[in-house]
Design a protein around this ligand. Structure first.
Ligand code: MRU
Length: 337
């Protein structure tokens, strides 16, 4: 099954559609959704039909065209920006389109297309910088899905893997299943296997064992929001992976575009964490797993402290936490270190 674009726009500003892959149906079936009203865009973002911080940023940017042409104005844009609270790319993209469009859907579409194009370039640059970290014969662990399905381009955490593979390097990937919605089992394994990369899915609870067995030399994950000090929010379970990497002396990297950094936040304590429906854990796929009398806790993300992160793979190079404040205040395009 070869995939159409994760997120794209078809047609003009007045009548065009936002077209996305419905990721809730993968890998069983490939269904595209054609969205042309604001409620359906917000619903697709909330139920993870389109997901991954950069992809929801691009979808949100196109969603602004729909909100403005439907006469929903600023209130509609704010509702869209708040559809998922942790991934800052959504708010960043909506704010950027809001400022450029000044209420005009045609101008909104022009800006959304710029955001879309730059996401493709950014992912490729992250791939080039990060590929240097992947050595022949090594094992790489990743969590959740930060591939082409999570962006408009080739991905963030998976981009170095695609680039190293294209360059002929041989390595294997361990993809954490990623409870409770199985983005690793369903999406990361699908993307990597399709490109011919050796991938093994493990349950989240097996990461410690494969590390102790000496099968992992590097971990790369994506991010939903990174504070100025480098504290990083990503899919729940990421903090556990980083802690295990520290215990096993394995470098743990975060791959993310500048649009995922929130310069306004001093530390991870200020990052809002999305709490999701308890039925994702209580009744996965509609089948009762947890008795009704037991409580369920379902935060969608956790925050990994900067001290556990070996570096940030960005479009401008691999940065250390100490470089971030300067880099974030520099104009776009400043070379990394
Ligand atoms: O809830 P999801 O599937 O949207 O969570 C996605 C992640 O946590 C990704 O790692 C992150 O958004 C980076 S995607 C390039």
């Amino acid at each position: 099954m070869s995939l159409p674009p994760t997120v794209t726009w078809q047609g003009g500003a007045a009548k065009g559609d936002l077209v996305i892959i419905d990721q809730t149906r993968l890998p069983r079936e490939l269904i595209e959704l054609r969205l042309n009203n604001l409620d359906s865009v917000i619903d697709a973002i909330k139920r993870l039909a389109v997901r991954g911080a950069p992809a929801i940023g691009v979808a949100g940017a196109y969603g602004c065209v729909i909100a403005l042409r439907s006469g929903l104005g600023d209130k509609g844009l704010t509702r869209l920006a708040e559809a998922r609270p942790t991934a800052v790319n959504l708010k960043w993209a909506v704010d950027r389109v809001r400022a450029a469009a000044k209420g005009d859907p045609a101008r909104a579409l022009k800006e959304a297309k710029l955001i879309h194009e730059s996401d493709i370039e950014t992912c490729a640059a992250i791939g080039r910088h990060g590929a240097k970290l992947i050595k022949n014969g090594s094992g790489v662990l990743t969590h959740c899905n930060a591939g082409a399905l999570a962006t408009a381009g080739m991905g963030t955490a998976l981009a170095p893997m695609f680039t190293a593979h294209k360059a002929g390097r041989k390595f294997s990937v361990f993809a954490d299943e990623t409870r409770p919605l199985a983005q690793g089992a369903r999406l990361t394994s699908f993307e990597l296997a399709q490109s011919g990369i050796d991938v093994t899915v493990i349950t989240d609870s097996m990461a410690a064992v494969v590390m102790r067995e000496g099968r992992v030399q590097l971990a790369i994950v994506g991010a939903d929001r990174i504070a100025r000090n480098g504290d990083t929010a990503n899919k729940i379970g990421t903090y556990g992976v980083a802690t295990l990497c520290k215990a096993h002396d394995i470098p743990f990297y975060v791959a993310a575009p500048k649009s995922t950094f929130d310069a306004k936040l001093k530390s991870g304590k200020e990052i809002p964490i999305e709490q999701r429906d308890e039925n994702e854990i209580r009744r996965p796929g509609g089948v009762q797993l947890v008795p009704d009398k037991a409580k369920v806790y379902n935060p969608a993300f956790d925050v990994t402290p900067a001290r556990l992160i070996a570096g940030f793979i960005t479009e401008d190079g691999i940065l250390q936490a100490d470089d971030l404040a300067d880099w974030l205040s520099a104009p776009p395009g400043r070379a990394g270190v």
